[in-house]
Design a protein around this ligand. Structure first.
Ligand code: XLS
Ligand code: NI
Ligand code: NI
Length: 437
């Protein structure tokens, strides 16, 4: 154990009345809710990047946070210390999973081969830590957006050498994820998009991205990786226009390149909001299209209009999200990764714990609310009643191959069909939801 967190003891569940800021008030890992423990439902993960790789520097100011592994001359020793502190934190929180980019865990070398060796060395450390602590890998990914070689994209770069380099880097990250028994492998389209159409051939770029994803899926099968490949939609930032705009756009892309049964989505709260959607909209679209995979939990500042990646603290928003996740059958290989970071003035090691404790409690409380909503059932029966007309034979017949516009028109005339509006009862529904929060 490192001394980064001082003498902080593992975080325990103390119940809603607890005033201890280093205790869970709602997250009770072994509590059974709708037939599964909270831990099994929520499958929490801590992300490596915001948590261990950011020191508070922003475009206007220097670093604010003490991170003894950042800025050291012996970068590999620093990477080992970072891994040590990371697993200390996973154990203090009692989270079952973590997630990382290849470049989060080990320094980039002078060549890809050297970078790969650095990643392998830390993966060796992880292997042992996983063995010791029982913490698992929710997902791995490759950072193919930070280095300037990726400034015009990775698989969508006009330069085929960047496509090749990206493929080689993803191969190594997928191998690492496989070795660590990762539950999923994520591709967030970091700079897969464009700044201006004036210099961009979108047809080529999409075809290249489609082939790239097929290469990833083919390789996954080749090595016998049985985790899920996930795309993480985001509409903009860092590029002005990102190709993986939202869930529906990703589905169209997967269909076009024949991958709709191979790839699912990792939905991030802040990205949904940037796309002009609610989080639950994106979840329910993914359920509807059969591609729901995992989530990146955070929240945006509704005022600033950026992906501010704050820790979730909005119980009503998370309740609706979990309501739709549970209705869709819950997570399988996916989970709830905190793609969340501290604010720049939160400089104490304990702040990392407060952020995660608050996020986990928000989600746990939301899980209880969502489970109550489902068990009580009024909202579901309201929706069923609203569509009940479709259960008749005549209604179903319209959807069959034998029906036609003229047959339907003839029936409308013959039966004198004259629909009367019915209330959608939105306020009633909203009040109903609030009964459970
Ligand atoms: C950035 C993304 C990124 C992915 C992993 O906005 O959320 O952090 O989750 O590459
Ligand atoms: Ni994310
Ligand atoms: Ni994000």
């Amino acid at each position: 154990m490192s001394d980064f967190f001082g003498n902080i003891e593992p975080i325990k569940f103390e119940g809603p009345d607890s005033t201890n800021p280093l205790a869970y008030r709602y997250y009770d890992a072994n509590r059974v809710v709708m037939g599964k423990t909270m831990q099994e439902h929520l499958r929490f993960a801590v992300c490596y990047w915001h948590t261990f790789c950011w020191d508070g520097a922003d475009p206007f100011g220097q670093s604010t946070m003490v991170r003894p592994w950042i800025g050291q001359s012996d970068e590999m020793a620093a990477a080992r210390l970072k891994a040590e502190v990371a697993f200390d934190m996973f154990s203090l929180l009692g989270v079952p999973y973590f997630a990382f980019h290849d470049r989060d865990i080990a320094p980039e070398g002078a060549t890809l081969a050297e970078s790969n060796r650095n990643v392998q060395a830390i993966v060796d450390v992880f292997e042992q830590k996983i063995e010791e602590t029982g913490v698992g890998l929710l997902w791995g990914t490759a950072n193919i957006f930070t280095n300037k070689r990726f400034m015009a994209g990775a698989s969508t770069n006009p330069d085929p050498d960047v496509f090749a380099y990206s493929a080689a880097q993803v191969k190594n990250a997928l191998d690492a994820t496989h070795r660590l028994n990762g539950q999923n492998y994520v591709l967030w389209g970091g700079r897969e998009g464009y700044e201006t159409l004036l210099n961009t051939d979108t047809k080529r770029e999409l075809d290249h991205m489609g082939r790239f994803l097929n290469l990833v899926v083919e390789y996954k099968h080749k090595i016998g990786f049985d985790g899920t490949i996930l795309i993480e939609p985001k509409p903009q930032e860092p590029t002005k226009h990102q190709y993986d705009f939202d869930v529906a756009t990703v589905y169209g892309f997967l269909k076009k390149y024949g991958l709709e049964n191979e790839v699912k989505v990792n939905i991030e709260v802040g990205h949904a909001v940037l796309a002009g959607h609610s989080f639950e909209h994106e979840i329910e679209m993914a359920n509807t299209l059969g591609i729901f995979g995992s989530i990146d939990a955070n929240r945006n500042d509704y005022q600033s209009g950026w992906d501010t990646d704050q820790f979730p603290n909005n119980v009503p928003e998370m309740t609706l999200a979990l309501y739709y996740i549970l209705q869709g059958g819950g997570f399988t290989t996916g989970g709830l990764n905190f793609d969340s970071k501290l604010r720049r003035q939160s400089i104490d090691p304990a702040d990392l714990l407060y952020g995660h404790i608050g996020g986990m409690d928000t989600c746990a409380k939301a899980l209880l609310c969502a489970a109550n909503m489902i068990e009580e059932g009024s909202l579901k029966s309201l929706v069923e009643d609203r569509y009940a007309g479709w259960n008749t034979e005549a209604a179903q017949a319209m959807l069959s191959k034998e029906s036609s516009l003229d047959k339907i028109a003839e029936r409308v005339e013959r039966e004198g069909i004259n629909p009367q509006p019915k209330s959608g009862r939105q306020e009633y529904c909203e009040n109903l939801v609030n009964r459970f929060i």
